[in-house]
Design a protein around this ligand. Structure first.
Ligand SMILES: Cc1ncc(COP(=O)(O)O)c(C=O)c1O
Length: 463
Protein backbone atom coordinates (compact mmCIF):
# COMPACT_ATOMS: atom_id res chain seq x y z
CA UNK A 1 0.00 0.00 0.00
CA UNK A 2 1.26 3.47 -0.84
CA UNK A 3 -0.83 5.46 1.63
CA UNK A 4 1.01 6.16 4.87
CA UNK A 5 -1.50 6.29 7.71
CA UNK A 6 -1.36 7.67 11.24
CA UNK A 7 -0.10 4.64 13.21
CA UNK A 8 -2.55 5.15 16.07
CA UNK A 9 -6.25 5.31 16.84
CA UNK A 10 -7.68 8.37 18.54
CA UNK A 11 -9.09 7.64 22.00
CA UNK A 12 -9.46 11.09 23.51
CA UNK A 13 -10.24 14.28 21.64
CA UNK A 14 -9.90 17.94 22.53
CA UNK A 15 -12.32 20.23 20.68
CA UNK A 16 -10.88 23.23 18.89
CA UNK A 17 -12.63 26.57 18.79
CA UNK A 18 -13.50 28.22 15.49
CA UNK A 19 -13.29 31.98 15.09
CA UNK A 20 -14.09 34.28 12.16
CA UNK A 21 -11.57 36.40 10.23
CA UNK A 22 -13.12 39.53 11.82
CA UNK A 23 -12.66 38.10 15.32
CA UNK A 24 -9.07 37.13 14.54
CA UNK A 25 -8.30 40.60 13.18
CA UNK A 26 -9.47 42.01 16.52
CA UNK A 27 -7.50 39.36 18.48
CA UNK A 28 -4.38 40.22 16.48
CA UNK A 29 -4.82 43.94 17.21
CA UNK A 30 -5.34 43.17 20.91
CA UNK A 31 -2.16 41.05 20.95
CA UNK A 32 -0.07 43.80 19.35
CA UNK A 33 0.27 41.59 16.23
CA UNK A 34 2.31 39.06 18.21
CA UNK A 35 0.65 35.63 18.18
CA UNK A 36 2.69 34.63 21.26
CA UNK A 37 0.26 36.90 23.12
CA UNK A 38 -2.90 35.30 21.74
CA UNK A 39 -4.71 32.89 24.05
CA UNK A 40 -4.22 29.31 22.85
CA UNK A 41 -7.97 28.67 22.86
CA UNK A 42 -8.31 31.28 20.11
CA UNK A 43 -5.90 29.32 17.90
CA UNK A 44 -7.36 26.77 15.48
CA UNK A 45 -4.14 24.93 14.56
CA UNK A 46 -1.17 25.62 16.77
CA UNK A 47 2.16 25.23 14.98
CA UNK A 48 4.04 27.53 17.36
CA UNK A 49 6.22 24.65 18.54
CA UNK A 50 6.65 20.89 18.60
CA UNK A 51 8.02 21.16 22.14
CA UNK A 52 5.88 19.75 24.94
CA UNK A 53 2.87 19.65 22.61
CA UNK A 54 2.89 15.91 21.80
CA UNK A 55 -0.14 13.70 22.37
CA UNK A 56 0.80 11.00 24.86
CA UNK A 57 -0.14 7.37 24.28
CA UNK A 58 -2.51 5.31 26.43
CA UNK A 59 0.56 3.53 27.84
CA UNK A 60 2.13 6.86 28.79
CA UNK A 61 -1.08 7.90 30.54
CA UNK A 62 -1.10 4.55 32.30
CA UNK A 63 2.48 5.34 33.40
CA UNK A 64 1.21 8.65 34.77
CA UNK A 65 -1.18 6.76 37.05
CA UNK A 66 1.51 4.27 37.97
CA UNK A 67 4.22 6.86 38.81
CA UNK A 68 6.02 6.36 42.12
CA UNK A 69 6.11 9.74 43.86
CA UNK A 70 8.59 8.81 46.58
CA UNK A 71 11.05 11.60 47.26
CA UNK A 72 14.13 9.37 47.06
CA UNK A 73 14.82 6.17 45.15
CA UNK A 74 11.46 6.04 43.37
CA UNK A 75 10.80 3.01 41.18
CA UNK A 76 9.88 5.39 38.33
CA UNK A 77 13.38 6.88 38.43
CA UNK A 78 14.97 3.48 37.96
CA UNK A 79 12.70 2.70 35.01
CA UNK A 80 13.60 6.09 33.48
CA UNK A 81 17.32 5.61 34.15
CA UNK A 82 17.27 2.13 32.61
CA UNK A 83 15.56 3.30 29.44
CA UNK A 84 17.93 6.27 28.98
CA UNK A 85 20.99 4.07 29.63
CA UNK A 86 19.73 1.42 27.22
CA UNK A 87 19.33 4.03 24.50
CA UNK A 88 22.37 6.24 25.07
CA UNK A 89 24.85 3.96 26.81
CA UNK A 90 25.83 6.87 29.10
CA UNK A 91 26.72 5.97 32.67
CA UNK A 92 25.25 8.88 34.63
CA UNK A 93 21.69 10.05 34.04
CA UNK A 94 20.46 13.24 35.65
CA UNK A 95 16.76 14.14 35.28
CA UNK A 96 15.90 17.83 34.81
CA UNK A 97 12.61 19.62 34.34
CA UNK A 98 13.39 20.45 30.71
CA UNK A 99 16.25 20.81 28.23
CA UNK A 100 17.40 24.25 29.27
CA UNK A 101 17.77 23.12 32.89
CA UNK A 102 20.26 20.47 31.70
CA UNK A 103 22.05 23.19 29.71
CA UNK A 104 22.10 25.52 32.70
CA UNK A 105 23.82 22.88 34.86
CA UNK A 106 26.30 21.91 32.14
CA UNK A 107 27.36 25.45 31.28
CA UNK A 108 27.46 26.57 34.89
CA UNK A 109 30.12 23.88 35.32
CA UNK A 110 31.99 24.30 32.03
CA UNK A 111 31.30 27.88 30.96
CA UNK A 112 32.65 31.21 32.15
CA UNK A 113 34.62 34.09 30.71
CA UNK A 114 37.25 33.12 28.15
CA UNK A 115 35.53 29.84 27.21
CA UNK A 116 34.24 29.05 23.71
CA UNK A 117 31.61 26.52 22.65
CA UNK A 118 31.24 25.43 19.00
CA UNK A 119 28.11 23.73 17.64
CA UNK A 120 26.52 23.22 14.21
CA UNK A 121 23.92 25.80 15.31
CA UNK A 122 23.22 26.55 18.94
CA UNK A 123 19.53 26.60 19.81
CA UNK A 124 18.56 29.92 21.45
CA UNK A 125 18.37 28.49 25.01
CA UNK A 126 21.78 26.80 24.57
CA UNK A 127 23.33 30.03 23.34
CA UNK A 128 21.62 31.98 26.14
CA UNK A 129 22.93 29.58 28.83
CA UNK A 130 26.46 29.74 27.42
CA UNK A 131 26.40 33.53 27.22
CA UNK A 132 24.83 33.82 30.66
CA UNK A 133 27.85 31.97 32.05
CA UNK A 134 30.13 34.59 30.44
CA UNK A 135 31.35 32.24 27.68
CA UNK A 136 30.86 32.59 23.93
CA UNK A 137 28.85 30.38 21.55
CA UNK A 138 29.85 29.82 17.90
CA UNK A 139 27.84 28.31 15.05
CA UNK A 140 29.97 26.42 12.52
CA UNK A 141 27.32 25.09 10.15
CA UNK A 142 28.53 23.74 6.79
CA UNK A 143 27.99 26.04 3.75
CA UNK A 144 25.19 23.98 2.20
CA UNK A 145 23.21 24.23 5.42
CA UNK A 146 23.15 28.01 5.10
CA UNK A 147 21.27 28.01 1.80
CA UNK A 148 17.48 27.79 1.89
CA UNK A 149 17.26 26.52 -1.69
CA UNK A 150 19.88 23.79 -1.98
CA UNK A 151 18.52 20.29 -1.50
CA UNK A 152 21.02 18.08 0.34
CA UNK A 153 20.73 15.11 2.67
CA UNK A 154 22.58 16.38 5.74
CA UNK A 155 22.32 20.13 5.93
CA UNK A 156 22.78 19.95 9.71
CA UNK A 157 26.43 18.83 9.48
CA UNK A 158 29.06 20.94 11.21
CA UNK A 159 31.87 22.30 9.03
CA UNK A 160 34.74 20.00 10.06
CA UNK A 161 37.68 22.07 8.69
CA UNK A 162 36.15 25.18 10.30
CA UNK A 163 35.84 23.31 13.61
CA UNK A 164 39.50 22.32 13.52
CA UNK A 165 40.59 25.87 12.62
CA UNK A 166 38.40 27.15 15.46
CA UNK A 167 40.10 24.88 18.00
CA UNK A 168 43.55 25.90 16.81
CA UNK A 169 42.62 29.59 16.91
CA UNK A 170 40.94 29.65 20.34
CA UNK A 171 43.19 27.03 21.96
CA UNK A 172 41.94 23.63 23.04
CA UNK A 173 42.28 24.57 26.72
CA UNK A 174 39.61 27.27 26.20
CA UNK A 175 37.10 24.92 24.64
CA UNK A 176 35.48 22.79 27.34
CA UNK A 177 33.07 21.00 24.99
CA UNK A 178 32.21 20.32 21.34
CA UNK A 179 28.50 20.10 20.59
CA UNK A 180 26.23 18.91 17.80
CA UNK A 181 22.49 19.59 17.75
CA UNK A 182 20.55 16.68 16.23
CA UNK A 183 18.44 17.56 14.28
CA UNK A 184 19.51 21.15 13.84
CA UNK A 185 16.41 23.05 14.97
CA UNK A 186 17.75 26.59 14.45
CA UNK A 187 18.98 25.53 10.98
CA UNK A 188 15.70 24.19 9.61
CA UNK A 189 15.35 20.88 11.49
CA UNK A 190 18.00 19.39 9.18
CA UNK A 191 19.75 16.15 10.13
CA UNK A 192 23.40 15.50 10.94
CA UNK A 193 25.03 12.49 9.26
CA UNK A 194 26.67 9.63 11.14
CA UNK A 195 29.81 10.44 9.14
CA UNK A 196 29.84 13.95 10.60
CA UNK A 197 29.23 12.68 14.14
CA UNK A 198 32.17 10.27 13.73
CA UNK A 199 34.38 13.07 12.38
CA UNK A 200 33.61 15.20 15.44
CA UNK A 201 34.57 12.19 17.60
CA UNK A 202 37.96 12.02 15.83
CA UNK A 203 38.54 15.73 16.50
CA UNK A 204 37.40 15.35 20.11
CA UNK A 205 39.99 12.59 20.58
CA UNK A 206 42.72 14.47 18.77
CA UNK A 207 42.34 17.59 20.93
CA UNK A 208 41.06 15.78 24.04
CA UNK A 209 37.86 17.81 24.28
CA UNK A 210 34.61 16.17 25.44
CA UNK A 211 31.83 15.93 22.85
CA UNK A 212 28.12 16.26 23.76
CA UNK A 213 24.98 15.92 21.67
CA UNK A 214 21.98 18.20 22.03
CA UNK A 215 19.76 15.18 21.49
CA UNK A 216 16.20 16.63 21.58
CA UNK A 217 15.29 15.14 18.19
CA UNK A 218 17.63 12.13 18.14
CA UNK A 219 15.01 9.73 16.73
CA UNK A 220 14.11 11.98 13.80
CA UNK A 221 17.84 12.36 13.11
CA UNK A 222 18.39 8.58 13.28
CA UNK A 223 15.49 8.00 10.89
CA UNK A 224 16.99 10.40 8.34
CA UNK A 225 20.30 8.49 8.63
CA UNK A 226 18.46 5.25 7.95
CA UNK A 227 16.78 6.70 4.88
CA UNK A 228 19.66 8.74 3.48
CA UNK A 229 23.08 7.50 4.58
CA UNK A 230 24.61 4.48 2.84
CA UNK A 231 25.11 1.47 5.09
CA UNK A 232 22.23 2.16 7.50
CA UNK A 233 19.19 0.92 5.57
CA UNK A 234 19.15 -2.45 7.32
CA UNK A 235 19.74 -1.16 10.83
CA UNK A 236 16.92 -0.32 13.20
CA UNK A 237 16.41 3.31 14.22
CA UNK A 238 17.22 2.32 17.78
CA UNK A 239 20.53 0.77 16.70
CA UNK A 240 21.36 3.89 14.71
CA UNK A 241 20.51 6.09 17.69
CA UNK A 242 22.67 3.91 19.94
CA UNK A 243 25.55 4.27 17.48
CA UNK A 244 25.12 8.08 17.37
CA UNK A 245 25.27 8.26 21.17
CA UNK A 246 28.25 5.88 21.27
CA UNK A 247 30.48 8.53 19.65
CA UNK A 248 29.58 11.17 22.26
CA UNK A 249 30.66 11.67 25.88
CA UNK A 250 27.27 12.91 26.98
CA UNK A 251 24.11 14.74 25.96
CA UNK A 252 21.54 17.32 26.94
CA UNK A 253 17.96 16.37 26.20
CA UNK A 254 14.63 18.09 26.14
CA UNK A 255 12.23 15.17 26.53
CA UNK A 256 9.49 17.53 25.30
CA UNK A 257 10.44 16.58 21.76
CA UNK A 258 11.57 13.00 21.05
CA UNK A 259 10.44 11.51 24.36
CA UNK A 260 6.84 12.48 23.54
CA UNK A 261 6.07 14.15 26.86
CA UNK A 262 4.71 17.52 27.87
CA UNK A 263 7.49 18.24 30.36
CA UNK A 264 10.92 16.80 31.13
CA UNK A 265 14.56 16.50 30.18
CA UNK A 266 17.89 15.10 31.26
CA UNK A 267 21.63 15.48 31.26
CA UNK A 268 23.67 12.33 30.67
CA UNK A 269 27.41 11.68 30.61
CA UNK A 270 30.23 9.22 31.19
CA UNK A 271 32.51 11.43 33.30
CA UNK A 272 31.96 10.50 36.97
CA UNK A 273 33.55 13.66 38.34
CA UNK A 274 31.49 15.98 36.14
CA UNK A 275 28.34 14.00 36.97
CA UNK A 276 29.05 14.40 40.69
CA UNK A 277 29.36 18.16 40.30
CA UNK A 278 26.24 18.28 38.13
CA UNK A 279 24.25 16.42 40.79
CA UNK A 280 25.35 18.94 43.40
CA UNK A 281 23.94 21.77 41.29
CA UNK A 282 20.86 19.67 40.55
CA UNK A 283 20.09 19.37 44.25
CA UNK A 284 20.24 23.15 44.66
CA UNK A 285 18.33 24.11 41.53
CA UNK A 286 16.10 21.19 40.51
CA UNK A 287 15.73 18.53 43.19
CA UNK A 288 17.04 15.25 44.58
CA UNK A 289 19.00 13.21 41.98
CA UNK A 290 16.29 10.56 41.62
CA UNK A 291 13.67 13.05 40.49
CA UNK A 292 15.48 16.20 39.31
CA UNK A 293 12.79 18.70 38.46
CA UNK A 294 10.18 16.07 37.74
CA UNK A 295 7.42 14.04 39.33
CA UNK A 296 7.66 10.23 39.33
CA UNK A 297 4.80 10.12 36.82
CA UNK A 298 6.77 12.31 34.40
CA UNK A 299 9.72 9.91 34.60
CA UNK A 300 7.39 7.01 33.74
CA UNK A 301 5.99 8.88 30.73
CA UNK A 302 9.51 9.68 29.46
CA UNK A 303 10.64 6.05 29.81
CA UNK A 304 7.60 4.92 27.82
CA UNK A 305 7.98 7.73 25.26
CA UNK A 306 11.60 6.78 24.56
CA UNK A 307 10.42 3.29 23.62
CA UNK A 308 7.63 4.58 21.38
CA UNK A 309 9.65 7.21 19.54
CA UNK A 310 11.97 4.72 17.83
CA UNK A 311 9.03 2.83 16.33
CA UNK A 312 9.58 2.99 12.59
CA UNK A 313 5.88 3.09 11.69
CA UNK A 314 5.63 6.18 13.84
CA UNK A 315 8.74 7.79 12.33
CA UNK A 316 7.64 6.98 8.77
CA UNK A 317 4.35 8.76 9.40
CA UNK A 318 6.04 11.60 11.28
CA UNK A 319 8.63 12.49 8.66
CA UNK A 320 6.14 11.91 5.84
CA UNK A 321 3.56 14.25 7.34
CA UNK A 322 6.06 17.13 7.40
CA UNK A 323 7.25 16.26 3.87
CA UNK A 324 3.60 16.11 2.71
CA UNK A 325 3.01 19.70 3.80
CA UNK A 326 6.25 20.67 2.03
CA UNK A 327 5.18 18.94 -1.18
CA UNK A 328 1.78 20.64 -1.25
CA UNK A 329 3.13 24.14 -0.83
CA UNK A 330 6.13 23.50 -3.13
CA UNK A 331 3.70 22.53 -5.91
CA UNK A 332 2.02 25.92 -5.48
CA UNK A 333 5.38 27.72 -5.72
CA UNK A 334 5.63 28.73 -2.05
CA UNK A 335 9.32 29.17 -1.16
CA UNK A 336 10.54 27.35 1.95
CA UNK A 337 13.76 25.99 3.36
CA UNK A 338 14.45 22.82 1.39
CA UNK A 339 14.30 19.96 2.02
CA UNK A 340 11.54 19.77 4.67
CA UNK A 341 12.94 19.37 8.17
CA UNK A 342 12.12 16.56 10.59
CA UNK A 343 9.73 18.51 12.78
CA UNK A 344 8.83 21.61 10.81
CA UNK A 345 8.54 23.49 7.55
CA UNK A 346 10.35 26.82 7.51
CA UNK A 347 8.79 29.29 5.04
CA UNK A 348 11.37 31.54 3.41
CA UNK A 349 9.98 35.00 4.06
CA UNK A 350 12.76 36.74 2.12
CA UNK A 351 11.73 35.04 -1.09
CA UNK A 352 8.02 34.99 -0.25
CA UNK A 353 7.78 38.72 0.45
CA UNK A 354 10.65 40.35 -1.47
CA UNK A 355 8.86 43.72 -1.28
CA UNK A 356 9.21 43.82 2.53
CA UNK A 357 12.76 44.61 3.68
CA UNK A 358 14.18 42.79 6.75
CA UNK A 359 13.74 45.85 8.98
CA UNK A 360 10.00 45.66 8.29
CA UNK A 361 9.96 42.00 9.38
CA UNK A 362 8.59 39.95 6.45
CA UNK A 363 8.39 36.84 8.67
CA UNK A 364 6.13 38.62 11.16
CA UNK A 365 3.91 39.66 8.28
CA UNK A 366 3.43 36.00 7.28
CA UNK A 367 2.86 34.91 10.89
CA UNK A 368 0.08 37.51 11.25
CA UNK A 369 -1.47 36.65 7.89
CA UNK A 370 -1.62 32.91 8.63
CA UNK A 371 -3.40 33.64 11.87
CA UNK A 372 -5.74 36.20 10.29
CA UNK A 373 -6.66 33.95 7.38
CA UNK A 374 -6.90 30.56 9.03
CA UNK A 375 -6.33 30.80 12.79
CA UNK A 376 -2.94 29.09 12.37
CA UNK A 377 -0.24 30.05 14.84
CA UNK A 378 3.39 29.92 13.65
CA UNK A 379 6.57 31.62 14.75
CA UNK A 380 8.95 34.10 13.11
CA UNK A 381 12.57 32.95 13.08
CA UNK A 382 14.19 35.97 11.49
CA UNK A 383 14.95 39.58 12.30
CA UNK A 384 12.37 39.83 15.08
CA UNK A 385 14.08 36.93 16.87
CA UNK A 386 17.70 37.53 15.91
CA UNK A 387 17.93 41.05 14.42
CA UNK A 388 19.72 43.74 16.43
CA UNK A 389 20.57 47.39 16.37
CA UNK A 390 24.31 48.13 16.48
CA UNK A 391 25.08 49.50 19.95
CA UNK A 392 27.30 52.29 18.63
CA UNK A 393 25.66 53.38 15.39
CA UNK A 394 22.09 52.20 16.03
CA UNK A 395 22.18 50.65 12.56
CA UNK A 396 19.84 47.69 12.04
CA UNK A 397 21.62 44.32 11.67
CA UNK A 398 19.23 41.79 10.14
CA UNK A 399 19.16 38.06 10.79
CA UNK A 400 20.93 35.91 8.15
CA UNK A 401 17.60 34.27 7.26
CA UNK A 402 14.00 35.43 7.46
CA UNK A 403 12.00 32.29 8.22
CA UNK A 404 8.58 31.35 9.55
CA UNK A 405 8.52 28.01 11.32
CA UNK A 406 5.48 25.77 11.07
CA UNK A 407 6.35 23.19 13.75
CA UNK A 408 4.21 20.07 13.72
CA UNK A 409 3.29 18.71 17.18
CA UNK A 410 3.76 14.94 17.43
CA UNK A 411 0.65 12.72 17.00
CA UNK A 412 -1.71 15.71 17.36
CA UNK A 413 -2.96 16.70 13.92
CA UNK A 414 -4.36 14.51 11.14
CA UNK A 415 -3.87 14.73 7.40
CA UNK A 416 -6.91 16.99 6.96
CA UNK A 417 -5.46 19.45 9.46
CA UNK A 418 -2.27 19.49 7.38
CA UNK A 419 -4.34 19.93 4.17
CA UNK A 420 -6.01 22.92 5.80
CA UNK A 421 -2.62 24.40 6.75
CA UNK A 422 -1.35 23.97 3.18
CA UNK A 423 -4.49 25.64 1.80
CA UNK A 424 -4.04 28.58 4.13
CA UNK A 425 -0.32 28.99 3.34
CA UNK A 426 -1.07 28.89 -0.40
CA UNK A 427 -3.85 31.46 -0.06
CA UNK A 428 -1.53 33.77 1.90
CA UNK A 429 1.12 33.30 -0.80
CA UNK A 430 -1.34 34.19 -3.56
CA UNK A 431 -2.32 37.31 -1.64
CA UNK A 432 1.29 38.23 -0.79
CA UNK A 433 1.24 41.57 -2.62
CA UNK A 434 -1.22 42.91 -0.06
CA UNK A 435 0.73 41.85 3.00
CA UNK A 436 2.22 44.77 4.96
CA UNK A 437 5.54 45.20 6.69
CA UNK A 438 5.53 45.80 10.46
CA UNK A 439 7.09 48.21 12.91
CA UNK A 440 7.99 47.34 16.52
CA UNK A 441 6.21 49.55 19.03
CA UNK A 442 7.51 47.79 22.17
CA UNK A 443 10.41 45.42 22.81
CA UNK A 444 12.02 43.85 25.89
CA UNK A 445 15.81 44.05 26.27
CA UNK A 446 16.29 40.27 25.83
CA UNK A 447 14.48 37.58 23.76
CA UNK A 448 12.20 40.30 22.41
CA UNK A 449 10.17 38.04 20.13
CA UNK A 450 8.16 36.63 23.05
CA UNK A 451 6.62 39.92 24.13
CA UNK A 452 7.23 42.48 21.35
CA UNK A 453 4.31 44.57 20.12
CA UNK A 454 3.93 45.60 16.48
CA UNK A 455 1.85 47.72 14.16
CA UNK A 456 1.34 47.12 10.45
CA UNK A 457 2.76 49.56 7.91
CA UNK A 458 0.79 50.40 4.77
CA UNK A 459 0.64 47.50 2.34
CA UNK A 460 3.13 47.86 -0.48
CA UNK A 461 2.21 46.73 -3.94
CA UNK A 462 5.59 46.77 -5.57
CA UNK A 463 5.66 43.17 -6.80
C1 LIG B 1 17.62 21.99 19.81
C2 LIG B 1 17.04 22.39 21.13
N1 LIG B 1 17.81 22.43 22.22
C3 LIG B 1 17.32 22.78 23.42
C4 LIG B 1 16.00 23.12 23.59
C5 LIG B 1 15.51 23.55 24.95
O1 LIG B 1 14.63 22.64 25.48
P1 LIG B 1 13.49 23.07 26.54
O2 LIG B 1 12.50 23.90 25.80
O3 LIG B 1 12.94 21.77 27.02
O4 LIG B 1 14.16 23.83 27.63
C6 LIG B 1 15.15 23.10 22.48
C7 LIG B 1 13.73 23.49 22.62
O5 LIG B 1 13.02 23.82 21.70
C8 LIG B 1 15.68 22.72 21.21
O6 LIG B 1 14.91 22.68 20.11
Amino acid sequence: MKTIIEPFKIKTVEPIKFTTIQQREQLLRDAGYNPFLIHAEDVLIDLLTDSGTSAMSSKQWAGIMDGDESYAGARSFFRFEKSVKDLTGFKFIIPTHQGRAAEKILFTLLGGKGKYFPNNTHFDTTRANIEYSGAEAFDLLNEVGKSTETIADFKGDIDIPALERFIQEKGRENIPLLMLTITNNAGGGQPVSMKNIKQVRVIADKYKIPFFLDACRFAENAFFIKKREPGYQNKSVKEIAQEMFSYADGCTMSAKKDALVNMGGFLAMNDAELAGKARNILIVTEGFPTYGGLAGRDLEAIAQGLEEIVDEHYLTYRIRSVEYLGEKIRNAGVPFLEPPGGHAIYLDAKRLLPHIPPHEFPGQSIVCELYRLGGIRSVEVGSVMFGKNDQLTGKFIPSAMELVRLAIPRRVYTQSHIDYVAECVIEAFENRRNMPGYRITYEAPMLRHFTAQFEPLHPKRSL
